[in-house]
Design a protein around this ligand. Structure first.
Ligand code: AMP
Length: 302
């Protein structure tokens, strides 16, 4: 079942205490699309400027990502720069320039409007709603967001929540959004605002899945070498939605497996800068790490 993904496509500059790189391929939709492409065909909706390197378009194509919904406009690509502390959970945004995204108001190619599954990766909730409004009969809609939209676009974000099936957000965002210190209370409160499912990401501490009659806690893969955490959340949600689209059923079991597949792909993402590790991995590496997750979470024999 095909999956429509929209979100940011960026040129990122990322600095960690040990390394610094400029003009990397980034953006929530780039990470999510590559992650999802391991599971299902992806139709990408986004915009880049005339400065966007051809090699990055080739990378999407090499993963079979459909670019009919990608606009190449006169002007500059979205840019983001961030810096990590020694504690890689702590990140500071140095600069953001929306550039061509400022006036992006896409009309979906006709064949995109039949999408069964939709992932609205992090971008303004107004743009997420605009894209979603053009999809005729989606079976399952997942959305991601960030602190910026919680602060400056709360109303459109609440409207989005009434139209989606699953919200994915990180723990600090869940606390800020709900004004709750307990993540359990935060998850339950967001369920009350519309979506049937909420996933709270806790970085190296795993993730929590909430539904009215379901609670699941998944660990994160115990990695020793993290080079760049950028995009881990986008890969998590992209792989989660891609897995659901591939099995085309929403059950407590498929949702649990989707969360674990999300964790597996996110764990590969952070092993190198940008999408460099995801460019190399194979489905068998994903399957191998999935089995490790299975063993890691079993505590009773028989
Ligand atoms: P994550 O590490 O999952 O928060 O995602 C990092 C990616 O989000 C980077 O590649 C950025 O280009 C992108 N990004 C940063 N700020 C924004 C924003 N305001 N809207 C959309 N994408 C953004």
């Amino acid at each position: 079942m095909s999956l429509l993904i929209t979100g940011s496509i960026a040129l990122d500059s990322v600095k960690t205490p040990v390394e610094e790189h400029q003009d990397l391929l980034g953006g929530s939709a780039s990470y999510a699309s590559l992650a999802a492409s391991f599971f299902t065909p992806v139709n990408l909706v986004g915009i880049v400027g005339s400065d966007f390197p051809q090699q990055y378009l080739e990378l999407y194509r090499s993963r079979g990502i459909n670019l009919d919904g990608l606009e190449v406009a006169a002007g500059k690509t979205f840019r983001w720069a961030g810096e990590y502390e020694w504690d890689l959970n702590k990140r500071r945004t140095i600069s953001v320039a929306l550039n061509v995204f400022e006036t992006f108001h896409p009309t979906l190619p006709a064949h995109y409007t039949n999408a069964g599954y939709v992932f609205l990766a992090n971008i303004s909730p107004q743009l997420q709603l605009h894209v979603l409004s053009q999809v005729k009969a989606p079976r399952f809609i997942v959305a991601d967001t960030m602190d910026l939209w919680i602060e400056i676009a709360r109303e459109p974000l609440l409207e989005l929540l009434r139209r989606i099936d699953c919200l994915v957000l990180n723990e600090s965002e869940a606390r800020e959004f709900t004004k709750e210190t307990s993540l359990i209370k935060a998850g339950r409160k967001i369920l009350g605002w519309g979506p049937k499912y909420v996933v709270i990401k806790k970085g190296e501490h795993g993730s929590l899945l909430f539904a009215e009659d379901l609670f699941f806690s998944a660990p994160a893969y115990p990695l020793e070498d993290i080079h760049d955490p950028t995009g881990a959340g986008d890969c998590f949600a992209g792989a989660l939605t891609g897995y659901l689209a591939s099995v085309d059923k929403i059950t407590p079991e498929s949702l649990r497996k989707a969360v674990v597949h999300g964790s597996v792909v996110a764990s590969y993402c952070v092993e190198a800068f940008s999408l460099k590790r995801l460019e190399q991995i194979t489905p068998s590496e994903i399957a191998a790490r999935y089995q490790i997750f299975k063993k890691m979470s079993h505590f009773e024999v028989g």
